[in-house]
Design a protein around this ligand. Structure first.
Ligand SMILES: *Cc1c(COP(=O)(O)O)cnc(C)c1O
Length: 233
């Protein structure tokens, strides 16, 4: 086995194990937590190695890179997630090319994804990226604006709202991220009641804090560095 393959499989195995462990310890089933392996800046060959080890879901943040990689690996039955910030002019490249988009944070962006989905005759699954950290953060919809955005999005025929995503403002450790994860879960529950809808997904938790995210109810954890190593930029 090549060194890269050995190293990747070792790290992947550790992450899978820790996810199972965290799920078990918080009284959840391990199949309630899906690992999204964040492959941005890492080559298609890495994705292929993990695919052969059973990993299907991969997350990408940059549209050109994501589409190039998915084209290169078109023969594999992969499940691509778009997790990055999205400019309006690139929205048309997203609908139909990703099983789910984690990072929708405005009606304008939702409208563009909706328009493209309708033209393709599909329903595009999305999550709303919520700023559960208030003033400290710019990305994501604020708690205050969230209900209005939910209302807009659930009226769009080409979109299917599946839940919320958050990106805590400080990357550090589980305990500093935990309050934001807790808050996201509360917001999800409040939204489900208020709109009488079911939101199956909470996308939260990265390399340094996914344990706390799982304890607080994450169904999708987005992990890059701990699997692939440091990104080259
Ligand atoms: C890059 C990225 C990740 C992965 O982060 P790691 O710390 O490398 O695990 C997760 N979520 C988003 C939105 C990202 O951009």
């Amino acid at each position: 086995m090549e060194n890269r393959e050995k190293e990747l499989l070792r790290c992947y195995g550790e992450v899978k194990e820790e996810i199972e462990d965290a799920a078990r310890e918080s009284g959840r089933k391990s199949d309630e937590v899906k690992l999204v392996a964040v492959s941005k800046f890492h080559p298609a060959s890495d994705v292929e190695i993990l695919y052969k080890a059973g990993q299907k879901s991969f997350g990408e943040s940059y549209i050109q890179e994501a589409l190039a990689k998915s084209e290169e690996l078109a023969d594999l039955d992969l499940d691509w997630h778009f997790i990055g910030g999205l400019q309006s002019k690139k929205a048309k490249f997203v609908s139909g090319n990703f099983s789910i988009v984690h990072s929708v944070d405005s009606s304008k962006l939702a409208g563009l994804l909706n328009k493209k989905a309708l033209s393709l005759g599909i329903k595009q699954s999305i999550l709303l990226q919520v700023n559960s950290a208030g003033e400290e953060q710019k990305c994501g919809v604020s708690e205050k604006m969230l209900p209005a955005l939910v209302e807009d999005v659930i009226s769009m025929e080409g979109l299917e709202l599946k839940g919320f995503m958050c990106l805590p403002p400080f990357f550090g450790d589980s305990e500093s991220s935990r309050p934001y994860f807790k808050r996201l879960r509360e917001l999800k529950e409040e939204t489900e009641k208020r709109f009488d809808i079911r939101l199956p997904h909470l996308s939260m938790g990265m390399t340094d804090d996914y344990r706390a995210a799982i304890e607080e109810g994450a169904t999708l954890v987005r992990i890059g560095t701990k699997i692939f190593g440091k990104r080259p930029v």
